[in-house]
Design a protein around this ligand. Structure first.
Ligand code: GAP
Length: 424
């Protein structure tokens, strides 16, 4: 984990939030490589959940919502974690995180008996103030889950599109939670991104169960299709005591992280909790009913972290990020063998310019070729194209594969096709 955190900073995947002012706990900034990785994850998600489906449409709802939304959804009352405080140093922890509590005692107060306060409920919604006149400002909440945007637009979507139950509303966006103990790098942050599907079905046990199982499989298969190691993935059923206030039943997809098996997507049977709380219903052939909701709720940041951990490998002192090419920030890097030979540079530049409209392409003319390969392996770039002296004679280049380190020679006019075949 430490090695990955260092790599993320060094190579521009992820930096601590507002670092020059000492940071802000629970916030992270994505650098030039991180933003590409996250965008690729979101694009792949959107493609499989919206573009390729006839029964799902997308929306992008506002982060700031009328506060009544959060009263009705039950979040003002029930979106809380149990909090305990160490009576010796006043540090606060989630009462259900027994390991963190034990570690705190061992590491911070060795040899002492640590006394803890009784657990009290701590609401996770982040408050904000809207309006320009101070005493007339209204208190709102930054959304604690992106989900409610799909419910408050349920009628808008039904009346403005041709969707019919069963159908889904997909969305990707930021959510905010006043987490008691942010930690494990980006894993538990206070600002993060979610990618969610709210799938509306007839309120019948058979339908609810069928779609719950269907979406569990779809979501697990999606992670595997993008290269997550099946042996590091599992489902975990929620116990009755840990289920969110809205869930009839729920299962998490977990990853075997260095800090233990950890949830990064939840599949939830929300029943009619949300639509009935918002007083919404659906009419089908004259019959009015409140649909049930099967939800798939993934974290973009947690997925990015786990795709990185899953792909991290070492070969001697070489670090290789074996990211699926669809997720890799750069698809290809182009180098002139020597930076001080104008013929090589201009030929390489021409290839770079030709590839740019279609692919994210990196350019590197620093140091020697070995160092450039080293740098691209760390960035997860699947292919490197080098223009050498032979290129000037026969219009060929070498193309190197990140995972095998093997090179082959191909004609310049084959590069596009070669990459298309490998990347799609
Ligand atoms: N709409 C349902 C919902 O929000 P959740 O299990 O609370 O369910 C869904 O959150 C996903 O959002 C999680 O599986 C995780 O990937 C991500 N997530 C939740 N809290 C997070 C946090 N503090 N930091 C980063 N990601 C978080």
């Amino acid at each position: 984990m430490e090695k990955l955190v260092a790599l993320c900073k060094r190579r521009g995947f992820i930096y601590p939030g507002s670092e020059i002012y000492g940071g802000l706990t629970g916030t992270w900034d994505y650098g030039p490589l991180g933003v590409e990785l996250k965008k690729n994850i979101k694009d792949q998600w959107w493609k499989s959940m919206v573009q390729l489906r006839e029964d799902v449409v997308g929306i992008d709802a506002a982060i700031m919502m009328n506060p009544k939304t959060w009263e009705k959804s039950g979040h003002v009352k029930a979106f809380a974690d149990p909090l305990v405080e160490c009576k010796l140093c006043h540090q606060r922890f989630r009462a259900d995180k027994k390991d963190e509590i034990n570690e705190h005692g061992k590491n911070n107060h060795p040899g002492l008996i640590v006394d803890w306060t009784d657990a009290r409920q701590f609401n996770l919604l982040v408050k904000a103030y809207l309006g320009i006149i101070e005493d007339k400002q209204s208190e709102i909440y930054l959304r604690g889950e992106i989900t409610q945007g799909a419910f408050v637009n349920f009628e808008n979507v039904v009346s403005s599109t041709r969707v019919k139950i069963p159908f889904g509303i997909a969305q990707i966006g930021k959510a905010f939670r006043n987490e008691i103990t942010p930690g494990n790098f980006t894993y538990r942050s206070r600002e993060f991104e979610q990618m969610e599907l709210e799938f509306f079905v007839k309120p019948e046990d058979g339908e609810g169960d069928k779609w719950f199982e269907y979406w569990k499989k779809e979501r697990m298969d999606w992670y595997k299709s993008l290269g997550m190691n099946a042996g590091k993935l599992r489902f975990r059923k929620h116990e009755d005591t840990e289920r969110a206030h809205y869930a009839k039943y729920a299962e998490d997809i977990e990853f075997d992280a260095p800090f233990g098996w950890s949830e990064f997507e939840g599949v939830h049977h929300r029943g009619d909790w949300d639509l009935s709380r918002h007083n919404l219903s659906y009419v089908e052939e004259g019959e009015k009913y409140t649909p049930w909701v099967i939800e798939t709720s993934g974290g973009v940041d947690r997925s990015a972290l786990f795709f990185l951990l899953n792909s991290y490998s070492e070969d001697g002192d070489r670090i290789i990020l074996k990211l699926n090419p669809k997720l890799a920030p750069y698809k290809v890097a182009v180098f002139p063998l020597l930076a001080n030979k104008p013929d090589l540079v201009s030929k390489a530049k021409e290839i770079y310019d030709n590839l740019k409209p279609q692919f994210m392409v990196a350019w590197d003319d620093r140091g020697n070729i070995g160092k450039r390969y080293f740098a691209q392996d760390e960035a997860g770039t699947p292919y490197c194209v080098t223009v050498d002296f032979q290129s000037l004679e026969d219009d060929t280049v070498t193309i190197r594969d990140r995972d095998t380190a093997k090179q082959e020679r191909i004609k310049v006019d084959r590069i596009h096709k070669y990459l298309e075949e490998k990347l799609t």
